[in-house]
Design a binder for this molecule. Structure first.
Ligand SMILES: *Cc1c(COP(=O)(O)O)cnc(C)c1O
Length: 425
């Protein structure tokens, strides 16, 4: 398709967009009385309007039923999390028994590492990407120290080549081979938070297994954004937060995946609690732990139902739309944004460099743009003029044209504000 940098053309794309009606299902902050152009859905997704009713329902049930709400609420609380199994399993390509919701992301990765990072003899190393999200770096460092190793001995980082912004698949595979029988675990972010690079989860997982390692994924920027087939790709475990692309609200609960092949392995160490106990017997208050079947066997505490409510609203919306439709629009609107950036680049005397991979298979709903020669002033100008982006040193803005609620017209308008901002600065 040939794009045009005109308002009429953008409006035409919106008119043809089968997902355009979902835009009205979200609350947008306003600047100067106008809805903002929201590019930070990869950091905190917008609030769906339907979410409040899910929360209100629990507040009402709690007021009217108190403890009886565990069993007699509209959506009983004792097994509230089971409502996620079907829709969430479709979003991440899993069997319903392989997913559950609990805790928060870094906490879940720690808990899953208890089960899946079991250093032994010479096999004690963890492979991760260089410049991983800081929480992942701290988590991995603290895990290896907990097992008595030094981070410099036990952590192997996959580097970018000199002058390149992204990690090459061939370099990941070569590193896995090189570490070989010293490799205990591969743990990478499925979509890099900074560049938006999408990793080939299937190929890397297979290579990790061939080296005899376990393979887990941090899917913070992947869940609700890219097509996942966690079961078929044979991923051992994964976790993701729900407040980025999944619009569940600040700091909200995490989803996690444990592959079916591990469900009946009683040898796996795990940190247990009563909510992971055999469900039929949970309230018998027995002394010995008997894990529930599936990912739910990793649950610890009874669930924070009030925070699961917004997540459930969101998961049901994703289920209604389906990942395929979302991905189709994602690719088109991202391509349109890329086109707009190049058009504006030609019109002003400035150079942008998109550091996100250009290949559609290696990117999703994010373009990270290096603004050579522009300063923080430009970012402030954008914010003041209703374009919400996110700034990272040195001079990189991250733009997430989230297909659920961003419009093609937003992309066009963004180009106009960007141009005015550069000419003004
Ligand atoms: C957002 C993000 C996190 C955040 O972790 P929390 O435990 O939810 O605070 C962790 N890892 C990655 C890769 C992220 O993008």
């Amino acid at each position: 398709m040939t794009f045009q940098n005109t308002k009429a053309f953008a409006q035409q794309l919106d008119a043809e967009d089968p997902l355009s009606k979902y835009r009205d299902e979200f609350h947008f902050p306003k600047v100067n009385g106008k809805k903002v152009i929201y590019f930070t859905g990869n950091s905190l997704g917008l609030q769906p309007k339907r979410t409040k009713a899910y929360v209100d329902e629990i507040m009402t049930d709690w007021a009217e039923l108190a403890v009886e709400g565990h069993f007699y609420a509209h959506k009983p609380w004792w097994d509230y999390q089971e409502r996620f199994a079907n829709p969430l399993s479709k979003i991440v390509g899993a069997k319903p028994s392989e997913v559950t919701v609990m805790n928060t992301l870094t906490v879940n990765l720690h808990l899953l590492m208890v089960s899946f990072y079991k250093p032994e003899g010479k096999r004690f190393k963890i492979l991760c990407e260089a410049k991983a999200f800081p929480s992942d770096q701290y988590m991995i460092q603290s895990q290896v120290k907990f097992h008595g190793y030094k981070p410099e001995d036990a952590i192997v980082e996959i580097q970018r080549r000199e002058g390149e912004h992204n990690i090459r698949l061939e370099d990941v595979l070569a590193k896995i081979k090189e570490v070989g029988d010293e490799l205990a675990l591969v743990l990478i972010g499925g979509v890099n938070y900074y560049t938006g690079q999408v990793f080939d989860i299937k190929t890397i997982t297979k290579a990790g297994h061939e080296a005899g390692a376990k393979v887990g994924w941090d899917l913070a920027h992947a869940a609700g954004n890219i097509k996942l087939e966690l079961h078929d790709w044979n991923v051992d475990f994964a976790a993701w937060c729900s407040y980025k692309y999944m619009n569940s609200g600040p700091g909200n609960a995490s989803g996690c995946f444990v592959h079916e092949k591990h469900h009946h392995n009683k040898e796996l160490p795990r940190f247990a609690g009563w909510w992971g106990h055999n469900k039929e017997r949970r309230f018998k208050m027995e002394p010995d732990f008997d894990p529930a079947n599936g990912a739910e066997g990793w649950q610890i505490s009874n669930l924070p139902v009030l925070s699961l409510a917004p997540y459930l609203a969101s998961v049901e919306m994703f289920d209604e739309i389906g990942m395929d439709a979302l991905i189709e629009k994602r690719d088109k609107i991202t391509a349109y944004l890329e086109f707009i950036l190049h058009e504006i680049d030609k019109e002003v005397d400035s150079t942008f460099e998109i550091i996100t991979p250009l290949a559609p298979s290696e990117r999703a709903s994010q373009l990270s743009v290096f603004l050579h020669g522009e300063g923080r002033k430009l970012f402030d100008y954008l914010m003041k003029n209703g374009v919400i982006t996110d700034w990272r040193e040195p001079n990189v803005i991250r733009l997430a044209p989230v297909p659920l609620y961003c419009s093609y017209e937003d992309m066009y308008e963004f180009g106009q504000v960007l141009k005015a901002g550069i000419l003004n600065s």
